[in-house]
Design a protein around this ligand. Structure first.
Ligand code: 3HC
Length: 306
């Protein structure tokens, strides 16, 4: 594929594949976004993982185990997609641990009660679905195909969270208060998952020109708010935004602005749980070194035929 064929492929909404010619900027943008997406999935195992041993029933424990395992799988698909671009997953892990690559801000908040597990499924995985469904049409083949499978599993994640909350809302006043408290703590950080406002999004223009990103940060944020408001009403919780109201003329909801200074602070590594999340990832990486060494030694033995 040459430069003109690449441009034609993008213009025709067709897929660029690993062996095709691509501009270096396209390759680097994809490695950046896919790696950070993969890091988010792996770090995202921690907040809910903390509740696996404390789930209130065997059923809830089994569901939560399945969800956390799914996130690990999503990370592996995405690291594999990054490797088709020439990235090395060990190097990407180094970059994450050394703070040279990012992961989603949302996973730097603490999970203070079991209601957080439900709210993460409902809001965080719900936001992820809004962001990831369009990525199924991303111009880079391996990324788009990884998204198709990930989105199917995200739907289960969101539904199990919402069902957990429905159960708690049918419980005692204390359980209902736990759900409302969790919604109050996770609502604004969920809106921040979509990134800074479009006017402050240095990567969006190029990512959209290359059809890596199909919609802007604000468009997807709006879509998420419009999807979530009726769900909150059905659940019987209040979303903590006094400016949230239906705007008939726009056909969507007006809502307040997230605290962008907080997003910048969390992204720069200074959020409530950043240090713990990275320390845990670093520990897991060193704990698993022997497995990588053994697998490499086994592969080398087989290659040499000994
Ligand atoms: N958390 C951390 N970093 C963020 C961020 C967030 N919420 N929003 C933006 N950023 C970073 C960007 O990475 C970029 O920094 P960089 O240039 O060093 O990478 C900078 O802030 C400016 O933001 P832009 O809008 O210009 O950057 P992008 O065009 O990359 O948009 C994005 C950011 C919308 C997150 C985009 O990268 C994206 O859509 N990524 C794929 C989806 C994804 O990563 N989702 C994360 C959650 S995964 C998840 O939820 C798992 C589920 O199972 C729960």
């Amino acid at each position: 594929m040459s430069e003109s064929t690449f441009a034609e492929t993008i213009a025709k909404d067709q897929r660029v594949e690993p062996r095709d010619w691509m501009p270096d900027g396209y390759r680097q943008t994809l490695i950046r976004q896919i790696a950070q997406h993969a890091h988010s999935e792996i770090i995202g195992m921690q907040p809910e993982g903390d509740w696996i041993t404390r789930a209130p029933t065997l059923r809830r424990k089994a569901i939560l185990l399945a969800k956390v395992q799914d996130e690990a799988g999503h990370g592996l698909y995405l690291y594999s997609a990054a490797e088709t671009l020439g990235a090395d997953r060990g190097d990407l892990t180094r970059r994450l641990i050394e703070g040279r690559q990012k992961y989603s801000s949302i996973f730097n908040y603490p999970t203070l009660s079991f209601a957080d597990v439900g709210v993460i499924g409902w809001l965080v995985d719900g936001a992820a679905i809004c962001n990831q469904v369009p990525l199924c049409r991303s111009s880079y083949g391996p990324y788009a195909r990884a998204m198709i499978r990930i989105c199917k599993e995200e739907s289960f994640h969101q539904r199990q969270g919402y069902e957990l909350l429905m159960t708690m809302m049918g419980g005692t006043p204390a359980q209902r208060d736990m759900v409302q408290d969790a919604v109050n703590r996770w609502w604004w950080p969920s809106l921040m998952m979509f990134g800074p406002p479009d006017g402050d999004s240095p990567n969006s223009a190029r990512s959209m020109a290359w059809k890596i990103k199909r919609h802007s940060n604000d468009e997807l944020r709006q879509r998420f708010v419009d999807m979530t408001v009726p769900q909150a009403a059905a659940l019987g919780v209040t979303l903590p935004d006094p400016e949230l109201r239906w705007n008939e003329s726009r056909g969507s909801h007006d809502f307040g602005q997230p605290d962008w200074a907080e997003l910048k602070q969390v992204i720069s590594g200074d959020g409530p749980m950043n240090r713990q999340r990275i320390a845990r990832r670093k520990q897991a990486d060193s704990d698993g070194a022997w497995v990588r060494e053994a697998a490499a030694a086994h592969a080398a033995k087989h290659r040499s035929g000994s």
